[in-house]
Design a protein. Structure first.
Length: 409
């Protein structure tokens, strides 16, 4: 068996043909995750901007792949046409990042002269850079197609040299400004936790872009001085670019996706917490909620809450307020905090009411007590029903029976 040992440079070169599809796939997945929200909230310009930026970033990595470079060159019939095309996409991506950060940082409602001037300046400068890239390419003589090392191969070619330097400086300037805005924003108070983490990922991602620029510029400058450090451009810069793309994608998605998942988790927890009380109310009602296959988490929670309250209202006339008060005092005497003592007392009262209702005729019952707190605190009440040992201890101390505990299990 032959073992192939590759250096880091050899490893990148070995997998270079497929290397760029990794971040392209990750960015495409990120865009797919955001797409339903973008379509649903199409009127939100910030969401549209995030979608456009992810699409643009994905396009950069698709068109920078060697196979795509060769295909574009053949389709256009212009040697190295992909060079200015990829540089233009990258420059447009830089401008989009700056515009998005400025808008996101200041808010969509900010229409100050300073903000408008900053956004117009970004558009004007980077539009000018893109035009200059194509003009310089048209003036340059680049007869040899280069799929991987265009930057360093033509680093000393008139006009091409200026084009390469222009796109690298534009990219570096955008990364510097974006880094400054992001890290300055992170230091402000009152940020949502998900937003702060998203900004941290963005900050590290754009810092990685500075490392990418440093590697590229070092390799180009080395060519100017007669040295060969092409490996910085062809072996070091690509993985850094991939890492940067992943971090930036996570940074833009995390504040929205994180909050969405957090809200969904809270709905799931709330729905699960109501299960003991729901099962108890099913024994009273004789049936539960009909299953709906496509019900949303919000709808399932609302239906469970509504069912519980609808059953509790007629059951309330069987609640013994004196026994509930004794149970509350017993829970406090057993060392439970006030909130938990209140929930345990309500749980004991509901269990007693279910027993009383099952033992009596349907038309028998006392006067209906005030159920405002009971209906509002069904979550805490349901959680208390899980504490069978605590309920048994409270009922024993309050002089109540503990037979009804089996109904909550």
């Amino acid at each position: 068996m032959t073992v192939l040992a590759l250096s880091p440079v050899g490893f990148v070169n070995e997998f270079y043909p497929n290397f760029w599809w990794i971040p392209a796939g990750i960015l495409a997945a990120a865009l797919a995750i955001k797409l339903p929200t973008i379509i649903q909230l199409w009127h939100d310009p910030l969401l549209r901007a995030v979608g456009g930026l992810l699409l643009l970033a994905c396009a950069v990595f698709v068109f920078v792949a060697p196979s795509t470079i060769a295909r574009v060159n053949r389709l256009t019939g212009v040697t190295n046409f992909s060079g200015p095309w990829v540089y233009s996409l990258l420059t447009a991506f830089c401008a989009s990042c700056l515009l998005l950060i400025i808008t996101w940082r200041n808010g969509l409602s900010d229409r100050s002269t300073r903000t408008r001037r900053a956004m117009r300046g970004v558009i004007a400068v980077y539009s000018g850079v893109i035009v200059a890239l194509w003009v310089l390419f048209a003036l340059a003589d680049v007869p040899v197609e280069r799929l991987r090392d265009l930057d360093t191969y033509y680093a000393n070619t008139p006009y091409m040299r200026e084009m390469i330097l222009l796109y690298l400086l534009a990219h570096t300037a955008a990364a510097l400004v974006t880094n400054y805005l992001i890290w300055n924003w992170i230091r402000t108070d009152g940020l949502d936790g998900w937003l702060r983490w998203g900004l941290k990922f963005l900050g590290v991602g754009y810092t990685s872009q500075l490392v990418f620029d440093a590697a590229k510029l070092t390799a180009v400058v080395a060519r100017w001085t007669g040295r060969n450090l092409d490996w910085l451009s062809t072996a070091v810069a690509p993985p850094i670019a991939c890492l940067s793309a992943v971090l930036i994608a996570v940074g833009f998605i995390l504040p929205h996706a994180g909050q969405y998942l957090h809200d969904r988790w809270r709905l799931h927890v709330a729905h699960h917490e109501l299960r003991p009380l729901y099962l108890l109310m099913k024994t009273v009602n004789g049936g539960g909620i009909p299953f709906v296959l496509r019900a949303t988490p919000e709808l399932r929670l609302i239906r469970r809450e509504t069912f519980i309250r609808d059953v509790l209202l007629p059951l309330a006339r069987f609640i013994d307020d004196d026994r509930r008060a004794r149970s509350h005092d017993a829970a406090l005497a057993l060392g439970h905090p006030p909130d938990r003592a209140k929930a345990l007392a309500s749980a004991v009262a509901i269990l007693d009411a279910v027993e009383a209702r099952n033992a009596a005729r349907e038309d028998v019952g006392g006067s209906s007590p005030d159920t405002t707190d009971l209906l509002r605190e069904i979550g805490a009440l349901s959680v208390a029903l899980r504490r069978t040992d605590d309920i048994r201890a409270v009922r024993t101390r309050a002089g109540a029976r503990d037979d009804g505990l089996r109904l909550a299990n």
